[in-house]
Design a protein around this ligand. Sequence first.
Ligand SMILES: *[C@@H]1O[C@H](CO)[C@@H](O)[C@H](O)[C@H]1NC(C)=O
Ligand SMILES: *[C@@H]1O[C@H](CO)[C@@H](O)[C@H](O)[C@H]1NC(C)=O
Ligand SMILES: *[C@@H]1O[C@H](CO)[C@@H](O)[C@H](O)[C@H]1NC(C)=O
Length: 370
Amino acid sequence: MFSTPFVLSFSLLLSLPILFFFLSPHILPPRHSIPIPLDDELDDLALFHRAVSQASSSSNPNNPSKHFHLSSFKKPKLKIAFLFLTNSDLHFAPLWDRFFQGIATNLYNIYVHSDPAMNVTRPTTGVFQGRFIPAKRTYRASPTLISATRRLLATALLDDPANAYFAVLSQYCIPLRSFQFVYRALFVSPTFDLTSVESDPEASRLGVRLRYRSFIEILSDQPKLWKRYIARGRFAMKPEVQFDQFRVGSQFFTLTRQHALLVIQDRTLWGKFKLPCYRDDECYPEEHYFPTLLSMTDPDGCTKYTLTRVNWTGTVNGHPYTYHPPEISPELIYQLRLSNYSESYLFARKFTPDCLEPLMRIAKSALFKD
Ligand SMILES: *[C@@H]1O[C@H](CO)[C@@H](O)[C@H](O)[C@H]1NC(C)=O
Ligand SMILES: *[C@@H]1O[C@H](CO)[C@@H](O)[C@H](O)[C@H]1NC(C)=O
Ligand SMILES: *[C@@H]1O[C@H](CO)[C@@H](O)[C@H](O)[C@H]1NC(C)=O
């Protein structure tokens, strides 16, 4: 008859589903921490690979990232890539149309990643027309938001070697300044970054910009950091990410081309941050992945603050304060611009969709007036 080892392994096999049945409520991840589908992961890897190999093959004199110094600015060729991550209509499209009105298209590009399951209306006119990239499903507080951001970065890297800064925004973001102000702030102004005196004293003494850093918030002294660190299990992040290397920051950042490339090349940290969380309430991987990665690889290349103003006073359920139409005024805009780290915030969130009309009314007189 059957040999003993066979019977033993057979009964073990049978008992597995039973064991699983009893254990599953504890060992299965929470329902909406859906793992990233393998096909999506493979598609992304292929995209990132194309972007990285193009970047290395174009390490030639025409690659602006290699010419990231003063002489480039005589010929205004460097572009800002505006990356919109959305799961609903682009409510403020008319405001962004106004922001880009009259601006030469050799100064910027726009890319939109919109959740394909959400029936987002694609504008048929204006700056967003034809700018939607191949997208995949996204879920709040899940690694799918990291994937979507990396997809935007890779697509923009591949699309145009002149893209030199990559600004991540959402449908709830508005501009607080004119395009000219934003462009000057990122590429030209030696005084915009108030922290550059410490980071580059020689350059500030001479009144020139020599280095281009990423504007990304990187914080380490936040009260919930430990809970966030162990959200995937006590030892889940080790050994790649020790607790003292774990950081938090806004997912709305502006990266240099060099850092955009670094982010899409990463496999190590992604392998950790894509793991599902055990606790839903402390799982915001998109707020940790980018600051942790950049803080571990090039801390001096980052300003450690964001250019997107957000109001966390009276936060509800992980959402920041959302402004409503009666609050919109030039005074609010002036207040939102004030930063401790730079001459001005450039963008702000969040605003309800019906803020569009009052914002359009003050666009010329306040928002885009420098
Ligand atoms: C999108 O549209 C389809 C077809 O009209 C509908 O079945 C689906 O429920 C819609 N999805 C959302 C999220 O509105
Ligand atoms: C931030 O939100 C609070 C309400 O939570 C509000 O009272 C305050 O005025 C807001 N701050 C700014 C600068 O808008
Ligand atoms: C700037 O710093 C002061 C003092 O720490 C703080 O009270 C204020 O809220 C900060 N302003 C902004 C816009 O973060």
